[in-house]
Design a protein around this ligand. Structure first.
Ligand code: SFD
Ligand code: AMP
Length: 624
């Protein structure tokens, strides 16, 4: 048995994850808590970690208040419709009123934003700004690194568990994890913890297989840790049944927003029909949301879905039409200079953000000015910052939240001293990069206040730490003890490898919880059977084996993903309606039921009894 080498770090505020919201939290915590020790722990290196590590080509959440473009009220209305009636309006408003300042700060830090000749920002759609965003993450990470200082940033350490206080299990005391370079166990003791460790890709079997395995839309490094850390501690969750099914360029997963809104492209089916036109009558059934402008994201998917299931694939995004239109001068004549500009913007859109899509174009001889590209509906992602709203149930801001949405500090979970932001916060979607960073700032200000207010220092149960340390390293021991009984290291009756566990998880979710192979469709018996299979998978995860520290990291990532999967299925079972067609379909409850189900579905896993409680919380309309 490996003897754990344990190092303990004490601090006031601990930030778990250095992505978009973690960097916002670090910057802000330093501002309000100059006299406090603020520590960040990150499993990778913050200049390229998380969803924006590859870069982005647009900032998708910007109000433009100084230009009179939008108000926070407008944004709440948009988000409410896009979520088909269900969002925490206090949280959405809170992000909206602060997000522009974050974007202006990024520009000061060096982020190039597309400008018009008069110096004003160009726009993509109503809320989006085009950027030269390949280096967005380093631009945002550098001030966070500086704010923390060299002694307070712990990189290449994967947090596996959060730690409750020894005297009060409803209070946070820190976190524990493993160094993925040195194999040491790190224990962080903190008065307040902000969990910002990201949403979940690869819960469902992805469309990519074989040579493309590992390519997904959301970052493969977003392993649902923000949920996998807070659920086992007993935090209340909300809207975990919600998922985001993005329509994306086929096989490279290139985003479509810039194409639809900046380049003004259409999508047509194999027979040249525009499904947004031909399927307009199909939206009626989903009123009042079917008539909303713009059409909510799930319903845009639903229209495409209807064409696909009627056998009208492939669906093409008409890049060639859009480029031809944008390459004309004021007299409607072809303008070679304009053409070159648009063509380079088209390539930059992917080279900035989804490089593999540019590679797909190159490998398939696609010149976007000549050839349309296929788009498809991808596998589901569980997340809270994009067009998905899964996450923790958090306390809202004091000036906006009704009593049932407020029990303490802003963005604090139902565990005292534990905060979240970005993908971690539920029912507050459409934050994207800029809103996640902003929410990190909001959470950090409150966490600093909590760390100051809480009288006594946190206490960690040392026996529990020893036990967890052994558990964390166990996959290495399991491998050492049992490898050799079979010819292949990867096939062994005594253990399963992280990759095998991941594929098993994805197969269960795909087939029983509405993935791509079941056309996003499910019913209660299927979900219950899936839950049974997940329970057995969860049992087998105790037998994970790891040949090295890399596989140890992958193993714990699967454990976090399995928590996400279980929460997702339990919530899906509870909501007896189809609220988001295009994201999923309940064949046993095929209709939207606003009368009974315009409520949040919440849950809590009890760490003592190991039971789940799933229940509803009221929706409160704050913006008329
Ligand atoms: O085109 C642990 N996003 C977009 N946002 C935009 O503003 N514009 C876009 O253009 C967007 N698009 C887009 C986006 C993402 C991706 C991958 C693509 C395209 C291809 C969304 C945003 O990126 C997203 O909303 C935010 O980044 C969310 O922020 P946050 O902080 O919730 O998550 P993160 O940034 O992934 O950071 C998580 C961090 O945690 C680390 N981590 N560290 C320690 N221990 C553990 N156990 C950990 N687990 C995770 C991670 O390494 C990471 O640093 S488009 O599609 O619309
Ligand atoms: P995407 O690139 O698909 O992630 O989209 C980026 C942003 O643009 C998100 O806020 C989307 O909801 C929005 N968006 C994408 N396509 C459309 C569309 N056809 N109409 C309105 N909004 C869109």
């Amino acid at each position: 048995m490996t003897t754990p080498d344990i190092q303990t770090i004490e601090c006031d505020v601990l930030i778990v994850g250095g992505g978009m919201s973690g960097c916002g939290a670090a910057f802000e915590a330093n501002f309000w808590g100059k006299d406090l020790r603020v520590v960040m722990v990150e499993k990778a290196v913050i200049e390229r970690s998380g969803a924006t590590g590859e870069g982005l080509s647009a900032i998708n959440c910007y109000m433009g208040m100084r230009s009179g473009w939008n108000t926070p009220e407008d944004f709440v209305e948009y988000v409410r419709n896009d979520m088909m009636g269900l969002a925490r309006e206090d949280l959405v408003y809170d992000v909206a009123r602060h997000v522009d300042a974050s974007v202006h700060m990024w520009e000061e830090w060096g982020l190039p934003i597309f400008k018009k000749p008069d110096g004003s920002y160009q726009r993509v759609g109503r809320w989006q700004l085009p950027i030269h965003g390949e280096s967005l993450k380093p631009v945002v990470a550098e001030p966070a690194r500086t704010a923390l200082g060299p002694d307070n940033l712990y990189e290449r350490i994967l947090i596996t568990h959060l730690l409750p206080d020894k005297r009060d299990e409803n209070r946070i005391a820190g976190a524990i994890g493993v160094g993925v370079r040195d194999g040491k166990i790190y224990v962080f003791k903190a008065r307040a913890v902000i969990c910002t460790s990201g949403g979940a890709s690869n819960i469902f079997r992805p469309r990519s297989t074989g040579e493309g395995l590992g390519r997904t839309w959301y970052s493969v490094f977003d392993t649902g840790s923000v949920y996998g850390l807070v659920i086992p501690l007993g935090a209340e969750m909300t809207q975990m049944e919600h998922r985001f099914v993005p329509s994306r360029f086929k096989d490279g997963y290139g985003p479509i927003g810039m194409w639809f809104q900046f380049f003004g492209a259409r999508a047509t089916n194999a027979y040249g029909e525009d499904y947004t036109q031909t399927r307009a009558p199909d939206l009626k059934k989903w009123d009042p949301y079917g008539s909303a402008v713009p059409t909510p994201t799930p319903l845009r998917n639903h229209q495409m879905f209807l064409d696909i299931t009627e056998g009208k694939s492939p669906i093409y995004i008409r890049t060639e039409e859009a480029i031809a239109r944008l390459s004309k001068d004021d007299n409607g004549e072809f303008d070679p200079e304009k053409f070159e500009e648009v063509r380079s913007e088209a390539w930059e859109d992917f080279l900035d953000m989804t490089i593999s899509q540019a590679l797909m174009w190159a490998s398939q001889n696609i010149a976007p000015e000549d050839t349309p590209s296929e788009i498809v509906l991808a596998e589901p992602y569980i997340m809270g910052s994009h067009s998905g709203e899964a996450g923790a149930w958090v306390s809202g801001p004091e000036d906006l939240s009704p009593p049932e949405y407020r029990w303490g500090y802003n963005r604090m979970l139902t565990i005292n001293g534990l905060f979240a932001a970005g993908d971690g916060v539920g029912a507050a979607p459409h934050k994207f990069s800029s809103g996640s960073f902003t929410e990190g700032k909001i959470a950090a200000k409150a966490a600093v206040a909590y760390a100051r207010d809480v009288a006594d220092a946190p206490q960690i149960d040392e026996d529990r730490v020893q036990e967890l340390a052994r558990d964390i390293l166990r996959p290495l021991d399991t491998f050492k003890s049992h490898s050799g009984v079979s010819t292949s290291e990867e096939v062994n009756p005594n253990y399963l490898m992280p990759k095998q566990a991941l594929i098993r998880l994805q197969k269960i979710m795909d087939e029983y919880a509405g993935g791509i192979s079941t056309q996003y469709t499910m019913n209660e018996p299927l979900l219950k059977r899936g839950l049974e299979l997940l329970t057995w998978l969860r049992q087998d995860l105790d037998q994970l084996a790891a040949r090295n520290l890399h596989e140890l990291l992958r193993g714990w990532e699967v454990v976090h993903r399995a928590w996400v999967a279980e929460a997702h299925v339990r919530h899906l079972i509870h909501r007896k309606e189809t609220r988001w067609p295009g994201y999923y379909y309940r064949s046993d409850y095929p209709d939207l039921d606003d009368e009974n189900w315009r409520v949040f579905v919440n849950s809590r896993f009890d760490p003592n009894t190991k039971n789940w409680d799933v229940f509803t919380k009221p929706y409160n309309q704050l913006v008329k």
